[in-house]
Design a protein around this ligand. Structure first.
Ligand SMILES: Cc1cc2nc3c(=O)[nH]c(=O)nc-3n(C[C@H](O)[C@H](O)[C@H](O)COP(=O)(O)OP(=O)(O)OC[C@H]3O[C@@H](n4cnc5c(N)ncnc54)[C@H](O)[C@@H]3O)c2cc1C
Length: 270
């Protein structure tokens, strides 16, 4: 199938982008890497009147570390993350996770901002952001608004982003020397969306953020406070109520979440 017809705009500044979003309201859709949006148009799941291509916006395709914070611009492609020494050094969890995002062709175009704004429950980055306690940076007419990742993901493909706002960056506390993190997922084939995944971080606080067990990343708060892996798995069974999908029952997902918890616990403890 082909996409329905749409108008196309390529603003050169955020101000111009806000004007377009104001003018077209619900009829406008931001276009970043297009790896999720264009298939959805081709399948006629969505029919915006105008695509606002944000790829020419300045300053949004950079990765930089400053005073303990790694800032990744929304237009940074998955492949840039994969190759970045800054990411490998300061956000090793993300460096591990990106290798599980789709295939090279998609990683060449898809952006971190697109993935976070889309909030697919099976995507790797949202769970990583929750585990790393990252902050999402949104720009609107009134300036920038900062939202903790744990509050940003609201539900199935639903975020705290308000009409007229553009996700411009994500800010991640740089991982310290004595902190640990691990990303694990189970898939039928490498590159497929995960059946279940886990982004785990151990610092002053421990955070286990699961992906694809419900409509948004699931932060296992009860499990994180336990002293042994058996207690943690018991707490997980009490707090997690996974959603089944077309191929995997809730019981299967619960079992696999426990398997990943076991592996992550071992990895964070060694
Ligand atoms: C075959 C296939 C396999 C895939 N496998 C995986 C996978 O295993 N894991 C995974 O995580 N992803 C996977 N993806 C999705 C891929 O990672 C996409 O790149 C990503 O989800 C969307 O990024 P994008 O830049 O392409 O966004 P687009 O498709 O351009 O946009 C997606 C949505 O986000 C909005 N948007 C984009 N940028 C912004 C912004 N800066 N501010 C506000 N809103 C914005 C758009 O309006 C649109 O609604 C797969 C895609 C395909 C086609």
């Amino acid at each position: 199938m082909k996409a329905p017809s749409f108008a196309y705009a390529r603003p050169q500044s955020l101000e111009e982008t806000f004007d377009l979003l104001d003018r077209h309201g619900e009829g406008a859709r931001l276009l970043a890497g297009g790896q999720s949006l264009i298939p959805s148009l081709n399948m006629r799941l969505s029919a915006p009147e105008v695509l606002v291509d944000i790829n020419a916006l300045p300053g949004m395709a950079e990765i930089r570390q400053d005073r303990g914070v790694l800032r990744i611009g929304a237009l940074v492609r998955h492949t840039q993350i994969e190759k970045s020494e800054e990411v490998a050094k300061h956000a090793p969890l993300l460096a591990q996770a990106v290798r599980h995002v789709a295939h090279p062709a998609i990683r060449n175009r898809g952006t971190i901002g697109g993935s976070l704004a889309l909030a697919d429950p099976a995507a790797e980055y949202p769970a990583c952001m929750v585990a790393m306690d990252a902050t999402i940076v949104l720009a609107g007419r009134g300036g920038e608004r900062l939202v903790k990742a744990v509050d940003f993901f609201k539900g199935l493909f639903e975020t705290d982003r308000q009409p007229g706002e553009v996700l411009v960056a994500v800010e991640i506390p740089a991982q310290l020397k004595d902190e640990r993190s691990v990303f694990l997922e189970l898939t039928r084939r490498h590159g497929d969306y995960a059946i279940v995944g886990l982004a785990a971080f151990k610092g002053q606080e421990t955070r286990f953020a699961f992906l694809n067990v419900g409509p948004k990343p699931f932060l296992a708060r009860g499990a994180a406070s336990k002293a042994s892996v058996d207690e943690a798995k018991q707490a997980l069974r009490a707090e997690l109520n996974p959603t089944a999908d077309l191929y995997n029952s809730a019981a299967t997902k619960m079992h696999l979440a426990g398997v990943l918890m076991d592996r992550a616990w071992n990895s964070l403890s060694t």
